[in-house]
Design a protein around this ligand. Structure first.
Ligand SMILES: [Zn+2]
Length: 222
């Protein structure tokens, strides 16, 4: 049976948001989508880009995968590259102007890699997928024995940084960035606090995006 939660939610959507935005949906159906911003986010159910950025239909092109990773450009024929295909669609077909890699606190994929846990699935897609961040972890050096949790946050930041570097290995991305037609951004969502940090391209540091609005205080930090 189709989940009742979804039937109820759909009914609420139809009478609420869809009713209020039907003309926008009709226009998008007629003219096609033209989002200017692409977001590469995590599958984590707490980090929905459309919710965090209060997006209307047609505004964000979103691709989500485990730990918001962009693999390097690998045009081989033996593998399937879902994220790379979405990237190509966004950049070459829709001509988005911005790509945001959205990391987040308490990322299960990052933690699984850092803790060297058993793969979450017997098929081990996740273990192989997460091994991509090994260079980011190598850059950070070993985790301190008395680490208070900051290591995971630094690894979450570093994996966003690595994905930004991987984006530039795609010829279609690099050319448009160099021409000033496409901008790449790193961001990080704090979940418990609601804080949004954005990577400063000059310093590489992640800073609050809104002055004086550091999100709600939270007893568990981020
Ligand atoms: Zn995650």
């Amino acid at each position: 049976m189709f989940p009742q939660r979804l039937t109820d939610g759909y009914r609420a959507f139809l009478g609420g948001r869809f009713a209020g935005e039907q003309s926008r949906y009709e226009m998008l159906a007629e003219t096609g989508q033209r989002p200017e911003i692409m977001v590469i986010g995590c599958v984590d159910s707490r980090v929905s880009p459309e919710v965090i950025f209060d997006a209307a239909p047609g505004e964000l092109l979103v691709v989500r995968n485990v730990a918001n990773l962009v693999p390097p450009y690998e045009p081989d024929r033996d593998s399937q590259h879902g994220t790379s295909a979405a990237l190509e669609f966004g950049v070459q077909a829709l001509r988005v102007k911005h790509i945001v890699v959205l990391g987040h606190a308490f990322c299960g994929g990052i933690r699984a890699f850092a803790d060297e846990q058993e793969p979450l699935s017997p098929g081990d897609f996740i273990g192989r997928w997460m091994s991509q961040i090994a260079p980011a972890a190598a850059n950070l050096g070993p985790r301190a024995p008395d680490d208070d949790g900051t290591y995971l946050r630094r690894l979450e930041f570093a994996s966003v940084e690595l994905s930004l570097q991987h984006l530039m290995t795609f010829p279609c991305v690099r050319i448009l960035v160099e021409r000033g037609k496409l901008a790449l951004h790193g961001a990080y969502f704090g979940i418990a606090s609601g804080r949004l940090l954005v990577r400063d391209p000059d310093t590489g540091r992640f800073e609050p995006v809104v002055d004086g609005l550091a999100g709600r205080s939270s007893t568990i930090g981020f």
